[in-house]
Design a protein around this ligand. Structure first.
Ligand code: PBG
Length: 325
């Protein structure tokens, strides 16, 4: 049955009518805001490549957490920039490392804030790769131990969840094992399960100071054209004990999010990455298009594709926009 019996415009006549039949709504409840902690005292420095994103020193990071709490943002994803780097990223798993200190500081004043930590070595290694390098290659199995130690040190500092982003094979299992052995069997793992080797991480390299000093990450992150392989990566991570699986980036990978939703019953997270954020910020700055509408549309598309949780630099903006109606 078609026109004129069917008229699709009947339910589009007013905002309230549209609201009634809206299939997806975004909520601040599902947003996770990335936070970068850096060395120093009283530091709040804008990241050059990312408008509105800052490095905070540990002593002032709680000002930002307070703001997030007021905005109703329930969770953060914590990244650290250490004061020194070495071959094996030892600051990543140091007990008094930057992230470990930040976790303790945040949890002490804001126990309700869900502190999720990015577990990786790339910000901490002098070569900028996500694992141990031997003869110019990132070696898998030797890296696992360091990744696991990093996750455990975050747990000991008081993290609520760990999120391994290194893309080594077997790291979810290695983390699950070390956590369980040390009394953290209740601590959830959100794995960056299908993480693609993407140009959209460009601006983040400035934020986390983690550009590889040689080569790129394509020997461990996924090849962008591979859709079926993403499902295998996700299945393996769930098998190894991941509680939440993440697809990253989000916007150029909505099909992967949709596949993941259709195939798995665990919560799906998507990372709306730095390049996706900066595209919109840059276009808005040039007044090419409206920032709020573009950002809301993109976040909604990620939700519609099937993501339950969205990690996004727009979390604060979105929360502020929602409050202003
Ligand atoms: C570290 C890591 C990266 C991002 C999150 N964790 C960079 C990379 O893998 O190169 C990217 C985040 C973003 O672009 O917003 N492994």
């Amino acid at each position: 049955m078609g026109f004129p019996i069917n008229r699709m415009r009947r339910l589009r006549g007013s905002e309230n009518l549209r609201k009634l039949v809206r299939e997806y709504t975004l909520s601040v409840d599902n947003l996770i805001y990335p936070i970068f902690v850096a060395p120093g005292l009283d530091v709040k420095l804008q990241v050059p490549s990312m408008p509105g994103v800052y490095h905070f020193s540990v002593d002032v990071v709680n000002h930002e957490i307070e703001e997030l709490t007021k905005l109703g943002i329930p969770a953060i994803l914590l990244f650290g920039i250490p004061s020194s780097k070495d071959d094996c990223g030892s600051e990543a798993y140091a007990h008094d490392g930057i992230v470990q200190r930040a976790i303790a500081t945040i949890k002490q004043s804001f126990p309700e804030m869900v502190v999720i930590t990015d577990v990786c070595l790339c910000e901490y290694t002098s070569h900028g790769h996500c694992g141990v390098v031997r003869n110019g290659k990132v070696v898998n199995d030797e890296t696992l131990e360091l990744i696991a130690r990093t996750a455990l040190s975050h747990a000991e500092a008081g993290a609520d969840m760990v999120a391994p982003s290194d893309m080594m094979d077997g790291r979810v299992m290695a983390i699950r094992e070390i956590l369980d052995e040390n009394g953290f069997s209740e601590l959830p793992i959100m794995s960056y399960a299908a993480k693609f080797a993407s140009a959209f991480y460009g601006p983040f390299r400035d934020a986390a100071d983690c550009a590889p000093q040689f080569g790129d990450r394509s020997s461990y992150q996924m090849d962008p054209p591979n859709r079926r392989e993403a499902l295998k990566e996700i299945a393996l991570d769930i098998d190894e004990g991941a509680d939440i699986v993440m697809i990253k980036p989000a916007l150029a990978y909505l099909d992967i999010i949709s596949d993941a939703r259709a195939n798995f019953d665990v919560p799906i997270a998507a990372y709306n990455v730095s390049g996706e954020y900066c595209m919109i910020k840059a276009a808005a700055e040039k007044r090419y298009a409206d920032e709020r509408r573009m950002a809301t549309e993109v976040l909604t598309s990620i939700k519609r594709a099937g993501a339950d949780l969205i990690i996004t630099y727009f979390a604060k903006d979105y929360a502020m926009w929602s409050k202003s109606g």
